[in-house]
Design a protein around this ligand. Structure first.
Ligand SMILES: C[S@@+](CC[C@H](N)C(=O)[O-])C[C@H]1O[C@@H](n2cnc3c(N)ncnc32)[C@H](O)[C@@H]1O
Length: 234
């Protein structure tokens, strides 16, 4: 398979494009914009608003560039929430790509960014350091557990995750990942009232989510995408 290619998306942030699949890792309208909107605003912030726990356990399906890890870390930095972040990625990006991805520089330009570009860059590099299956602390409060495996082969005990970022390739490119049995597996690993967020808003996905016992919300999407989905375990 050909290596992913760099692209610049609408908000100036990088994404990757896989020629063989003709699929991008993020919205071409803006990678950072999309990740913030779907996973941070509709996922993490929603969860933080509606609970009183001092810890959160997050599963990301398709960790890819690590952008969602970096954004989650940044958004929890000024809180005392203890975070365990499990990132599944069967095809880690080449290490050389980490230096080129411009997320630290882009985020450091934002007026409300709580850390310097240098610290952002160091954190981003740390996300990708070490073996593809390994753990490291990004801070005293933030444990990252990377796992080089597919969702299909991943196992976690029932009721493990508060929050799931479902960021696999689209159903048209990876249909098996969006099937009912896979969604049932995700549901089992979620805690009661845990939430799953995804950029996908297909009717079929929402039907399957309801069938496996999730309460489903259709939410406004980021620019270029009308709707996204949030599901809560009943
Ligand atoms: C849409 S991209 C993810 C973007 C990523 N969250 C980011 O911010 O860069 C989908 C990711 O899912 C990964 N993937 C492919 N097959 C998978 C599988 N069976 N289980 C889990 N992840 C998979 C891909 O390698 C890719 O990194």
């Amino acid at each position: 398979m050909k290596q992913p290619q760099f692209i610049i998306t609408g908000d100036g942030s990088h994404s990757l494009w896989i020629p063989d699949l003709d699929e991008t890792y993020h919205s071409t309208h803006g990678a950072i914009q999309e990740s913030k909107h779907v996973f941070i605003q509709h996922g993490l912030m929603h969860w933080l608003l509606h609970q009183t726990k001092s810890s959160v356990s997050i599963l990301e399906i398709g960790m890819g560039t690590g952008l969602n890890v970096l954004l989650t870390y940044l958004n929890l930095l000024t809180t005392q929430v203890r975070t365990t972040y499990t990132g599944l990625e069967p095809y880690p990006i080449p290490k050389a790509y980490v230096q080129r991805l411009n997320y630290a520089a882009q985020l450091a330009r934002e007026t409300d960014c709580p850390i310097t570009c240098q610290d952002l860059r160091a954190t981003f590099e740390r996300i990708h350091q070490g073996a593809a299956t390994s753990s490291c602390h990004l801070s005293d409060h933030f444990l990252l557990q990377k796992s080089k495996c597919t969702l299909q082969s991943f196992c976690a005990p029932p009721n493990t995750f508060d929050l799931v970022y479902f960021d696999a390739f689209s159903p048209s490119k990876q249909p098996t990942l969006w099937e009912s049995a896979v969604l049932q597996k995700i549901r089992q690993m979620m805690r009661n009232h845990g939430i799953m967020v995804t950029y996908c808003a297909q009717g079929k996905l929402k039907r399957y989510l309801k069938q496996v016992g999730m309460y489903v919300e259709t939410l406004p999407g980021p620019p270029g995408k009308r709707e996204v989905t949030r599901a809560r375990k009943k």
